[in-house]
Structure formats: C-alpha cells, structure tokens
Design a binder for this molecule. Structure first.
Ligand code: ZN
Length: 496
C-alpha cells in the first residue's frame, strides 16, 4: 500500500490590495491532520477529489495541513512562514512517504516571494528529498513559472471557469501519482508562457470555450495526460504573470511541448476576442429592466467588485443604480458590511432603521449609501455551497441581514465573499427564480449556480480592484511588452 500525503496552501493574490494576514487564513481555512479529512471529505473541492480517489484506490492517505484565504493583497511574511512551517511539520511527521499531492493555486505572492508555489514546492523538496514524486492541482488563474514544472512531476490546472472541475483535477492528480509509483509512466511536462494578460473569461463562452476544445483534442492524443489553458491572474503585478499552457505527457517531452505550443498559438491568434467592454451600472440596470419585462430573472454581475478577485465587496456602484431605477421584486447580494449587519441585528426583525451601507473601503468602489431600510430577516451567515463548484463546503459569513429598500432586498454580510450560488439568498428567504433583477458581486463563478435559473446575464464593470479594464491598473513590475498593455507585443513561440 502506497503512503501519500495531501495538503494545501492556496491564495489568489491581488497585489493592488492591502496585505493578506495570518489571521485572514486562520478565519477561512486552517486545519491540520485528521481535521483536514473531516473538513474536505465529500466536498467538490481539490482536496475532496484527492481524498475520494485515494480511498477508492487503496492508498494510505496522510493528511498534513491546509490553508487558504479569500483573495486579497500580498501575503505577509509571517503568514507565509507559518503556513510552510505547518506543511513541512506535517510532512516530516509522516515520513517515509511514497508521494505528495498538493492543492496549490498558482497566483500566490508573499512579501519577498513573487512565486509562492515554486517556493512552497522547493521547501517541500528540501524536506522530502529529490526522489519523492509530487503532483499539484492548480487554479487556472495561476501565473505559472516554468520552474514549477521542474519541481513537480505533474501539474493539473482546472479546465473550467467557473471551476466546476476542481474535484476531478484532485482525483486526476492522485491517480497520476499512483501510475508514477507503479512505474507505468515517466511523465514529462511542458509550460508555454505567452506575453498576454486576459480579464475574467468564462470557459463556456468564446473564445475560452474553443481554446478548451483544442486542449481536449490534444488530451486525446496517445501518450498525453493533460493539457490546461491557464488564464493567469491579471491583478498580480509580478514579472512572471499572464497566460500559460501546461501539458503533461506520459513519457514524451516533445509531445508535451508540441501540445503546449499549439494551444498557445491558438490563444495568441484569438487574443483580441478576450478583451471585452461592459455597460456602466445605470445602463446595465436599464438593459436588465427591459429584459425582465419579457421574463426574468436577469442577473447583473458587478465584475469590478468581486471579492473572489481581491476586491473589497462593499462597493456601491451597482446597488446605487438599482435603487435609483425604481425596480420591484429585485435582490442584491452580498454586500460586505459588518457594521450594517450588526445594526440590523441590534434593531431586530420588523424594525425600520436608518443605516449607512457600503462604500467604506475607499471611494473608487463608490460612496456609502445612507438608506432607510426594513429589517426583514436576520441569520448567522452559515450555509453550504450547492453547485458543482465546491458543493458541500461550509461557508461562514458571520452576522447577515436582509434589508428591504425601494423594491430591492439587500443581503448584507459580515464576511467578504463572491456569490457562487443562490445559497446566500436562500438563507434569507429569497427565491431568486422569482426575482426580476438580481445584482451580485462576481466575475464568472456565479454562472455555475445561476445558469439554470436566470434568463439573461448582464455584466457591468465600474471602477474597482477586480475590473476587466486592465489598463486601469498601475502595473510596475509585469514583464513588457505584454498584450494588451502593449498592443504591438509579439509572440513567436519558444524555439524547439
Ligand atoms: Zn480561479
């Protein structure tokens, strides 16, 4: 029986935000040993997939340590050191090990460490030696340095955005390690990096959809294992950021290189199609109203204030436009505002209160709204995710409240998060399938939970820290030239 350790250190770092602290990880995911199995077994997550696969394939599973936090700024050195210490302690205590399977993100940045994932892999290598095979799952928003492919035997990025296949990638990484251990494969990887930044690009929409088709065609070639289009994370201002392709072959490095380059060439050809523009909030609301007249619900997603991309989640651009539009039977959520949630809890259900809502992080995301609201419902903010992306995972947003104001039911929360599915609304008695217009903060992940419910989706992209308008970011460190910051950037492919 093979002995395989699992663990996770995962963060999507938006370097334009204030620092991500140790406390932020401890509040979100921070668990050791058997607690890791308890938290992730049966959930549709990377670790959930690894656990299922290991238990089904008869692996002796050794849980070590898992930590993640909501996307935010550069990770403090204290937090980084604490996470690596915990992971290495877990691994050292579990040795001898046959293999290691890690959940990484790819877009992690810590103080003094641009490439968190390579640093973590190097630290793990230092602890377990050069021979123990390591596989890792990745978020497709990872910025991938070729160095990672030297430190790990296999890297498995999700193919879908929303990331509905995290569980399957976890299973795949574990099954891959078993094939390596049994000597069935001697895997070879290729990483092809493009001089390209793209904004949030859902994989069911063009052009990402047909790029994925090309990846899947390569995966069906004999001798190939995996081929992943890594979108990169454009809010991480480091030299090695942007789009990349990772290809994993059973034995043949040149096959992996051919696949990675062919997909990269296709992405480069389609580069202009990724750059999209969206209506301003007032125009998006007018469009949603018009669409709702012939049958709702219509979702308006506020791309630029997505906590899942490092934005504060308390921006008021879209909410203000919805309140000004004279909507009826509509909802908005979730707005991060612990103060407003607390005021509602103090006043109690049935009270009408004057409260200042949102706009507390900065002015860029919109001014605070001074509202008179009716407190319809109060909750503890605890629920479980319900869609293929993360189903079963517990969420705790602290005190929450449903506040009714001018035809819009506003769901406020004490925790920052993007809306992944209708559960934050369900928790407060709101049936989104019966709403005319639903405003929410998310770039694309909400699609996994709303696609079957809503009739139309309208995006809006006012100023914010997760905007799709990349030229608005004050980039300093990204390598240049890079498209679309430099329209004349060229890509010829890595020479063979
Ligand atoms: Zn992602």
């Amino acid at each position: 029986m093979y002995r395989i350790a699992i663990g996770e250190i995962s963060h999507e770092t938006n370097t334009f935000c204030p620092p991500t602290t140790l406390e932020m990880f401890r509040q979100r995911v921070w668990c050791k040993g058997s607690a890791l199995l308890k938290q992730f077994r049966g959930t549709r997550t990377y670790l959930g997939g690894m656990i299922e696969s290991a238990e089904r394939l008869g692996v002796e599973l050794v849980p070590t340590f898992a930590a993640s936090a909501e996307p935010w700024g550069t990770i403090t050195r204290e937090a980084y050191d604490a996470m690596v210490r915990e992971l290495l302690e877990g691994l050292r205590g579990a040795m001898p090990l046959d293999a290691i399977c890690l959940g990484l993100h790819g877009a992690g940045v810590a103080e003094g460490i641009d490439d968190l994932e390579s640093a973590v892999l190097e630290a793990v290598r230092g602890a377990v030696g050069a021979r123990v095979p390591i596989a890792a799952t990745l978020d497709l928003h990872g910025n991938i340095a070729p160095r990672m492919a030297e430190l790990a035997r296999g890297l498995f990025g999700v193919h879908e955005y929303p990331h509905v296949d995290a569980y399957e990638r976890g299973q795949e990484a574990m099954a891959f390690l078993l094939r390596v251990l049994r000597g069935e494969i001697q895997p070879a990887m290729a990483v092809e990096v493009l001089p390209l930044l793209i904004p949030a690009s859902p994989s069911r929409l063009e052009p990402a959809s047909s790029i994925n088709d090309v990846c899947h065609r390569w995966e069906r070639e004999p001798g190939m294992i995996d081929c992943a289009f890594m979108h990169g994370f454009s809010q991480t201002d480091i030299p090695e950021m942007g789009v990349a392709v990772i290809a994993v072959a059973e034995h043949d490095r040149s096959l992996a290189q051919r696949a990675a380059r062919a997909v990269a060439r296709e992405i480069w050809t389609r580069r202009e199609e990724f750059q999209k523009t969206f209506p301003a909030p007032a125009d998006a609301v007018a469009e949603a109203k018009r669409l709702a007249d012939s049958g709702g619900p219509v979702v308006i997603n506020e791309i630029s204030d997505n906590p899942g991309g490092g934005a504060p989640g308390d921006g008021t651009h879209l909410l203000r436009a919805m309140l000004d539009a004279g909507l009826t039977d509509s909802a908005f959520g979730t707005l991060y505002d612990p103060g407003a949630a607390d005021a509602a809890h103090k006043a109690g259900v049935g009270a009408t209160i004057k409260v200042r809502v949102g706009g507390k992080f900065d002015r860029m995301h919109g001014d605070p709204l001074d509202l008179e609201v009716y407190v319809k419902c109060l909750t503890d903010g605890r629920f479980r995710l319900s869609t293929a992306m993360g189903r079963g995972q517990e969420v705790d947003l602290g005190k929450m409240a449903r506040l009714v104001c001018r035809g819009v039911d506003i769901v406020v929360a004490s925790g920052r998060t993007q809306v992944l599915d209708p559960q934050p609304f369900v928790l407060h008695g709101i049936d989104v399938s019966r709403c005319r217009v639903v405003g929410l903060k998310s770039s694309a992940h909400f699609r996994a939970g709303f696609d079957g419910i809503v009739k139309h989706i309208v995006g809006t992209d006012p100023p914010g820290l997760s905007t799709s308008t990349l030229k608005n970011f004050p980039y300093r460190r990204v390598r240049r030239p890079i498209y679309p910051l430099d329209r004349g950037a060229t890509y010829r492919g890595t020479p063979a």
